[in-house]
Write a protein that binds this ligand. Sequence first.
Ligand code: NAG
Ligand code: NAG
Ligand code: NAG
Length: 501
Amino acid sequence: MALAKLTSVLLLAAPATASYAFYVGKSLTADGSVMVGGTGEEVSSHWLQLFPARDHGPNETIQVGVTDSATIPGKLIHIPQVPHTLRYLSMEYSDYEGFPAPLTNGGLNEKGVAVRDVFADNREDLVKMTPTPQTGVQYSDLARIVMERAHSAREGVKIIGDLIHKFNYATYGGNSHLIADKDEGWIVWEFAGGRRLWAAQRLNDSEVRVLYPGYIEDFPVDFENSDDFMGSPNLVSFAIDQAGGAPTADATARDGGYKYMSQAALENATMAMVPVTEKDLMERVRDPRIADDNAGYGQVVSLHQKQEDPDLLRIWIAPTGSVAAPFVPWHLGVESIPPEFGEHRYLTAGSSSTFLNPDYELQEASEFAGRLFKRVLYYMCSAPRTLHPIVTDMLKGFEAESQAEVSGWVEKAAATLLQQGQRDLSRNLLTYYSHSRAAKALELGNTMTAALDGYIKLSGSWRNPAGSQINGGDDDITVTCLVRIDPDKPAYEQGLSSPTS
Ligand SMILES: *[C@@H]1O[C@H](CO)[C@@H](O)[C@H](O)[C@H]1NC(C)=O
Ligand SMILES: *[C@@H]1O[C@H](CO)[C@@H](O)[C@H](O)[C@H]1NC(C)=O
Ligand SMILES: *[C@@H]1O[C@H](CO)[C@@H](O)[C@H](O)[C@H]1NC(C)=O
């Protein structure tokens, strides 16, 4: 029996950006792995960071929550750290809705648990119910703690539930997390209001799910008897109270996409690719119908059935929106991230009001991958019909090379070294490979920007800005190539020039 539509009780419309998450069940993929893809839609700079496993003292704590600069002001609190945190890779960022930096939407940990955070609607009255100052764990804390602690997707859900139960949830209006491992996925929906409300649904082998924003449709009243649902103990009573009885309104969750394509249309487009490969999921994540300047990075990961050494877990990451940036393969066994893919001041909160911390002198002196590929995006989208196909071919060619090397020799060589007990050498090899590929990506970016700059100027296509404000306003117009075109027609028949609105 369903609690009618969870969405009709706890849902409302909201902001312009959400971040995408894609889940593909293991019976729909070419190699039987669960696959996860996504973006992070934050204005802020994004950078790749490796967090090694660490041991912690008995009384260590971590700071969680939001400060009084958040859109719904709050107070930071300290909660207990666990004795050991796991190794993980994450795209970090510095700013969202006044939340304290650094922030994360997730990534991949050494137990093969992948996490994505996605905005999820909440009803206005729930948001208004949120006490101020609010305290509790917020979306980025939850994503990070799951990567630090979870050995499986199901455990990740329980960790979120326990944290919200103990410490409450701090929010800018509601979020969801997609958590996946080699067997299954889970969507966890956290609600505003300070009522410790959350709900979670399991995603099975034969499902595709796209979150933009996150959603759960039917939710059973007797969810506690089901292996496929979890939630806070007060969820059902709260929903029934608020709706004045069992609600029955139609849910429109799957049709609620904020960009041209709804979640349902993107799910169908992914289904049409079955059996899905990593290359296919990259194509979905960088789909020019949904990808624009909002996307701070792209990620694709396969969670394989066969139990592999944690060092060989691999995630593909584009250093900014993948419509204009290549996915680079990173194994959990890498020992470092090149400075060019680390934190820089371009788009970093506070950089226009402070001088550089001298400690970062050399890092800031290095080229920044995120900035380089933003330039490719802006050149490309100035004439998308001509330039988007060319850039896409180059990015795909680069990724095909990486894919062939990764499966051709990199992982076999690293696995052989591991079998011989040579973990250090295996890590050296993986580090050398990812650093080389990252350097090649920068070389590609420089070649592309030079060629695009020359072509645009020499073909008479250069335009100076007509106005005087370099910063965009709140009117939701961003640089896009082909966002909002009709998904049923071939992209290039529609003759859009940017920006579309
Ligand atoms: C941890 O805190 C307890 C209670 O305050 C204290 O008795 C104990 O000595 C602390 N342990 C360490 C290692 O600091
Ligand atoms: C998987 O979930 C979908 C959506 O809830 C459902 O329609 C389908 O029957 C499920 N498949 C299996 C094998 O459980
Ligand atoms: C998705 O596919 C289903 C099943 O084929 C279809 O009923 C539905 O209309 C499609 N939705 C969209 C938005 O394309």
